[in-house]
Design a protein around this ligand. Structure first.
Ligand SMILES: Cc1cc2nc3c(=O)[nH]c(=O)nc-3n(C[C@H](O)[C@H](O)[C@H](O)COP(=O)(O)O)c2cc1C
Length: 434
């Protein structure tokens, strides 16, 4: 079985699956159960400095977006950082770390943007024996209005300054957690690197309103008739998170900066994708909140089976492997020509491909009187919409034309043979190159 042991910033864990800073890591009871279930590490729920207590709402703090089968796709929350006393958290962290020396405990911190505040809290964290800290520059609600969280994460100069203080007053690795609520995520990552960060982690949650109650005309979750924007996470944010990760991974200014990938990781495959894009490990929140801690068992077995199949003996073998293949549009090969093919045996004759192509795309699918759907090569631009809307996996494929064939749409001869790189995200089996 492949060895999933991961070394991230010199912190060795039995696997790359860490729990992100959130309710699953808010207390000793949870973290012990998480470690028993097999999680490699945790980022403890964000601690703040002593001072005015953090008080959460006493009504609903979550909103959700569902798929047609009521599977949770996106989660929105208006929760703040921990509302438990600092001292209690520190004592619990020290106890759990002592009992689980082979697992990572990273302490997430959010204190005011003031040197003394950091100078005060860092020695207390150091005493716990935790493996490192993560700076929460990401929370989009509640704390940002108090000049913390995303309010710091949106100003690269503040990120650099606070990171520098942390490197000065704390001896172990400093991870800077980035907010996605920004135009160019490379800027805060560069600032973190200038400040001396050992790594960045991303993404924190995305500003969101998941629904509006049309009877009372208030965003949900609603607290006494009013709602506020929250932070969005879960499977729905994975594409945004992976794009941001890839931007940092391929940016020359942040070359070599370790990345911890966060955002919608639910399966081993999600984790492998983040890692292929340059993440040394991944952090998970929503999947654990939806399915419980044991979800990690499938992540571990799935990743290790896949690594065995591919002949990877260590996670390092594939970390960053996809980064060179992330490019700018201008470098895509315009000589590569594919056409859609419909498997008539698999087709259930629903006509979705026809409706989508005829009404909104290139009129490249014909429908006969007895509902046989066929691709018209002379019109097909291989846009993939038919594949995307088809309810039958593998029924429609996008196949490259062969060398010497003439594209009936453009009249151009295909100059060379291309591998079939076409693959459906949920169905790796369709990739002929595999
Ligand atoms: C209820 C809730 C509370 C969270 N609290 C924190 C927090 O205290 N500190 C933090 O850095 N991130 C917090 N997060 C963000 C998560 O750590 C993570 O970045 C985000 O949920 C994306 O990962 P996911 O898609 O796996 O959930 C919270 C997320 C949720 C859902």
């Amino acid at each position: 079985m492949a060895d999933l042991t991961t070394d991230f910033l010199g912190i060795k864990t039995p696997n790359p699956f860490w729990l992100a800073s959130a309710p699953p890591t808010d207390k000793e009871y949870n973290v012990r159960r998480a470690f028993e279930a097999g999680w490699g590490g945790v980022v403890w729920k964000t601690l703040g400095s002593e001072g005015p207590p953090v008080v959460n709402v006493n009504g609903p703090r979550y909103g959700a977006i569902y798929g047609a089968d009521r599977r949770l796709l996106g989660l929105n929350n208006i929760e703040l950082i921990t509302d438990r006393p600092l001292q209690t958290n520190l004592e619990e962290i020290a106890r759990v770390k002592a009992d689980y020396p082979d697992r990572a405990i990273i302490v997430s911190l959010m204190v005011p943007c003031d040197e003394q505040a950091w100078k005060d809290i860092l020695p207390l964290v150091e005493e716990t024996g935790a493996d490192g800290i993560e700076l929460n520059f990401g929370c989009p609600h509640g704390m940002s209005e108090r000049g913390m969280g995303a309010a710091v994460g949106q100003v690269p100069e503040y990120i650099e300054m606070v990171t520098r203080w942390c490197k000065q007053y704390y001896s172990k690795p400093v991870i800077v957690k980035l907010t996605p609520n920004i135009t160019d995520v490379r800027k805060p990552a560069e600032a973190a690197m200038r400040g001396g960060a050992d790594a960045v982690s991303l993404i924190n949650t995305i500003n969101s309103i998941t629904s509006v109650n049309l009877d009372i005309m208030s965003p949900e979750p609603t607290i006494d008739g009013k709602g506020s924007h929250g932070g969005y996470c879960g499977p729905a944010v994975k594409p945004i998170a992976m794009s941001m990760v890839s931007e940092i991974a391929r940016n020359a200014e942040t070359k070599g900066l370790p990345i911890s990938g966060i955002g919608g990781v639910t399966t081993w495959r999600d984790a492998a994708e983040f890692m292929a894009l340059g993440c040394g490990n991944v952090q998970v929140c929503t999947a654990a909140m939806t399915y419980g801690f044991k979800v990690v068992e499938e992540m571990i077995s799935g990743l290790s089976d896949w690594m065995d199949e591919k002949g990877y003996t260590s996670t390092q073998d594939f970390v960053g492997m996809a980064v060179p293949n992330v490019t700018d549009w201008q470098y895509l090969n315009l000589n590569y020509v594919a056409k859609a093919k419909i498997d008539q045996d698999a087709c259930i004759k629903c006509g979705r491909c026809y409706a989508a192509c005829e009404d909104t795309s290139h009129q490249a699918i014909s429908m006969s009187a007895d509902r046989v759907f066929e691709v018209i090569d002379a019109e097909c631009v291989a846009c993939n919409l038919c594949v995307d809307v088809c309810p039958v996996e593998d029924c429609i494929s996008m196949l490259p034309m062969k060398a010497g064939e003439v594209d009936p749409r453009t009249g151009k001869v295909v100059e060379k043979e291309y591998a079939n790189w076409t693959t459906h995200p949920n169905n790796p089996g369709t990739c002929a190159a595999e």
